[in-house]
Design a protein around this ligand. Structure first.
Ligand SMILES: [Fe+2]
Ligand SMILES: [Fe+2]
Length: 211
């Protein structure tokens, strides 16, 4: 099993010889963060490394190529995907890793697929990859709030994810960007889970106010 994973990682690294240098550097920075969290949460470092090397395999592809590849992969596209095809690079990479690189680790594939938008249910490895991708060194230098999210991730992955989703929501509203329905659905699920964990009662509809 481990030999398989090493060979798969090697093949993905080889593919990066044809990717832009800047993307390779990003993947290397994500790896530093992801391995740190892997140790904290007792995850197999090789599985984490596999997901890190796969997550941005198609990140540098032009939007038209992302759409073409997504269709070739048999992905069903929503209007939001067509409006912003770069969001497809995770799902395309997950299908390609399975079909071309022989990866069968379902949790690692889910981590690759959902690293951009998140998902309602995520294995721990997927939470680690998403967060490491968002607060790698260059990103947290550029966006200081990511430093706080990084510290939080060390204490609790779910709370860190929720804080990231809320930060993203503010960014979207401030800039007039649409929230992707899949990302928004994931956030709503995380909010509900967070409230359930805190033992808060379900939210009651507001009483109509008397005028
Ligand atoms: Fe990505
Ligand atoms: Fe990335």
């Amino acid at each position: 099993m481990s030999e398989d994973i090493r060979a798969q990682i090697g093949a993905l690294q080889q593919a990066f010889e044809e990717r832009p240098e800047g993307l390779l550097r990003h993947v290397q920075r994500v790896l530093v963060e992801a391995l740190d969290l892997a140790e904290r949460y007792d995850l197999d470092p090789e599985r984490v490394e596999l997901a890190v090397w796969g997550h941005d395999l198609f990140r540098s592809f032009a939007p038209a190529d992302q759409l073409r590849l997504a269709l070739e992969c048999g992905l069903s596209l929503t209007a939001a995907d067509r409006a912003d095809p770069v969001l497809l690079h995770g799902p395309i990479a997950a299908v390609t890793m399975r079909e071309r690189f022989g990866v069968s680790d379902e949790e690692a594939l889910a981590a690759v697929r959902d690293h951009t938008l998140g998902a309602a249910e995520m294995p721990i490895i997927a939470k680690v990859i998403l967060l490491a991708d968002k607060f790698e060194k260059r990103k947290r230098d550029r966006t200081p709030v990511m430093k706080a999210i990084r510290r939080l991730a060390w204490r609790d992955l779910d709370t860190a994810l929720l804080c990231w989703a809320d930060w993203k929501w503010v960014q979207e509203r401030e800039n007039g960007w649409q929230s992707h329905p899949a990302g928004w659905a994931a956030r709503l699920h995380w909010v509900a889970e967070h409230h359930a964990e805190m033992g808060l009662p379900a939210r009651e509809p507001d009483e109509p106010t008397e005028s």
